[in-house]
Ligand binder design. Sequence first.
Ligand code: P6P
Length: 338
Amino acid sequence: MTPDTSALSAHLTRGDNLVTLQSHILAEEARHPGATGTFSWILSALSISAKMIAARIRRARLSDVLGNVGTDNVQGEQQQKLDVIANEILLRCLGSRSGVAVLASEENDEPIVIQSDADKGRPYCVLFDPLDGSSNLDVCGGVGTIFSILRHDRRAPTAQAALMQRGAEQVAAGYVLYGSSTVFVLTTGTGVRMFVLDPAVGAFMLVEDNIRIPATSKSYSVNEGHRKSFPAGYQRYLDWAQDNGYSSRYAGAMVADVHRILLKGGVFLYPPTAKAPDGKLRLMYEANPMAFVIEQAGGKAFAGKERLLDVAPTSVHQRTSVVLGSADEVDHVLAHLG
Ligand code: P6P
């Protein structure tokens, strides 16, 4: 039987080299003569975590890990079984890497100190939402992992203090979308790259080397169910958009909505609501990493009228409002906020 080389030949006829996430990580390390490899090991821990989480998600209903655990997380939200599983996978993969000083997760009340400040070799903090949008799991909707990497300041008196850095200080950020395929999107400050997991070989293959978000697209993404409690400016924007023929798409999972906007353009909004007057989304491990990706792709990201990446954090789990996406579309929203 002749082997099916159609996928490979498609790559080769396009003239692309076959680049995996792992080879990209090593190539980037080689471009930095002073690199010690600790940053590469963190990215590779995120890569293996994504593969392990994807494998659990794809078999969730078969192995009876859907549904909730019966406990709430620090956010007061019901923890899905896979929230806990994904969190454990990330903590155990990242916790074993020499470059990690502090870990912070949506699922853990307090930051986790992996190594005392006395240790000189722990230059990074990693923050993550292990399974964003996990309420979509039971209905086979898109869910994701969001991550943010900061440098560790050993002078900080506590782990919490070491994390209080603006989003503009991130050294890397990205997300994994567990959708119709498993997609790993990464920025280290030199553009946005996209990798797709080839389950046949267990490798993330590079498919986009420099994603640029379309400057305009007549599409917005918001939970219209909360509309009546949005501040007036957001309601004025929605009236304007609907008067100008905009379409609406909303997946209920930030990773799925933002990934669509990264590739197709548009604007994602989570305004302040009566239930969440400061906004619902978490600044440190949802809004900031997504804002870094969107800005690196040429888009904009705001919290009200302030650039998201400039917001000075005061706590790890603090919430924020979010408007992010195509530059022109974000400008249309801001113009209505008065
Ligand atoms: P709502 C998922 O719970 C999440 O944190 C984000 O992924 C998503 O964008 C938002 O909340 C959805 O919130 O109020 O529309 O259900």
